[in-house]
Design a protein around this ligand. Structure first.
Ligand code: EPU
Length: 419
């Protein structure tokens, strides 16, 4: 078993280069199934979710060549099966994107229900509703999803809930459908725009991504033969911004899109941190104890749920009592019990958690309960006095490339140990 051992307190200082966005990359890889040919994808984060996505593509018949640790060329000329490997698709959430992509390309797919972080109920009814409106027949039996369509036909689709996954999945299914699809009440996250940009680069006709109405005019085929670079990761950038505030450090992030970080910047300034926007880099520093603040997680451009635990570390040591309202996931406060083991005073009730700010945290053995909780615990380890041991690293490794290397480069005393 592996653990991360972090000794603090350390103000984190220096430069971090932000990788490509996990949640864009895990959709762009299955989107290559819509291409009858080759394409190259750059700025891929080197994380376990990407490696599993590549294995799934290979099992379906794609040929993958690694050009470097962050770039691959995918050849999807020959698709040899419409059965996605159940053991791999159950390992992470975004495996559901093979449904939209394979319905579009092959008109058929059989895939296990997706896995991923345990954040409460994670229904996929909006995905299924979208596929059915496009003309697919979808059934779910004993944990397997069967989807089939003769020829998908574009139509208006109103999403009952703003869903990242359903917006992308329906977009994938519509690209090669006959006629026009209009997704209303679409999600607007940067990764939605990135997937649309990728598909348009390959010959799709998608307009309006990044607004709440997306129009997809079906095309005959996607041509491939192009190179695409994944958008920088908004959540990885936000994680390091909040690490600078929590540890009273000074971190400059390179390769980020500062426009995507506005909701985080606003909260950092509210708690007394400083932010300098340099266009394609951003500097965040803080030289005093953060002040209290109230946060509500919301779909983009609101404060992202995927930075809620990292913000929770900042508020756990803030001056005064803060409240976080989690409006996306039912169970995203499990990390608060781990922070309480380190001396935080947090009480979570349903959608709300109350943070009585303490002056300091103390090192303790803690468990990463999901991906972003794990990142929050690494920050907490750098804040705390003494040694923190973080277990369940498989969550962290799903979404952060070389987390200990990046934290070490900005001064954290952190090492990975195999027990
Ligand atoms: N929902 C439904 N029905 C659906 C789909 C979603 O009720 O058919 C609900 C969900 O239960 C949730 C809300 O709608 O309450 C939003 O869910 P969404 O579909 O937007 O989430 P997702 O696509 O499953 C993605 C990210 C998550 C991130 C959320 C919200 C990927 C692979 N995952 O999940 O990322 O928290 O959007 O922004 O893109 C993470 O990276 O740590 C992570 C969990």
């Amino acid at each position: 078993m592996e653990k991360l051992v972090v000794t603090g307190p350390t103000p984190l200082k220096g430069e971090v280069i932000i990788n490509g966005a996990k949640n864009a990359a895990v959709a762009i890889l299955p989107a290559t199934l819509l291409i009858d040919g080759c394409c190259t994808i750059e700025n891929l984060p080197n994380i376990s979710d990407i490696k599993i996505s590549c294995e799934i593509l290979e099992k379906l018949g794609a040929k993958i060549t690694w050009n470097s640790k962050n770039s691959i060329t995918v050849d999807t000329t020959n698709i040899i099966t419409t059965k996605a490997p159940l053991d791999l698709t159950s390992k992470f959430r975004a495996s559901y994107y093979v449904i939209g992509a394979m319905l579009g390309r092959m008109g058929e797919i059989e895939v296990g229900m997706p896995g991923g972080c345990k954040l409460g109920a994670r229904p996929i009814d909006q995905h299924i509703k979208g596929f059915e409106l496009l003309g697919a027949n979808v059934t779910v039996e004993k944990g397997t999803i069967y989807a089939k369509a003769k020829k998908l036909k574009g139509c208006p689709i109103y999403m009952d809930i703003v869903s990242v996954g359903a917006t992308i999945n329906v977009m994938l299914a519509s690209v090669l459908a006959k006629g026009t699809t209009i997704i209303d009440n679409a999600a607007k996250e940067p990764h939605i725009v990135d997937v649309a940009n990728f598909l348009n680069t390959m010959g799709a006709d998608i307009r309006g991504a990044g607004t709440d109405v997306i129009k997809i005019n079906g095309v005959e085929k996607l041509h491939g033969n192009a190179t695409y670079s994944v958008v920088p990761d908004q959540i990885e950038a936000g994680t390091f911004m909040l690490a600078a505030v929590a540890t009273r450090g000074d971190i400059t992030l390179k390769n980020c899109i500062t426009k995507h970080l506005e909701s985080i910047t606003a909260k950092i300034i509210e708690v007394g941190g400083n932010v300098q926007d340099n266009g394609d880099s951003i500097r965040v520093w803080c030289n005093k104890r953060p002040s209290k603040a109230n946060i509500k997680t919301l779909p983009y451009p609101g404060f992202p749920t995927d930075l809620q635990p990292q913000m929770g570390v900042v508020l756990s040591i803030a001056n005064g009592t803060s409240m976080i309202t989690e409006s996306i996931w039912e169970s995203r406060f499990q990390y608060t019990e781990e922070l309480n083991k380190m001396g935080a005073q947090i009480t979570a009730h349903g959608k709300n958690a109350f943070f009585e700010g303490v002056k300091k945290l103390s090192g303790a053995p803690v468990y990463s309960t999901d991906l972003r909780a794990g990142a929050a615990l690494v920050i907490a380890g750098a804040v705390a006095e003494g040694t923190t041991e973080i277990y369940n690293l498989e969550h962290i490794d799903r979404g952060y490339e070389d987390i200990e290397g990046k934290f070490r480069k900005i001064g954290a005393k952190i090492k990975r140990v195999t027990e």
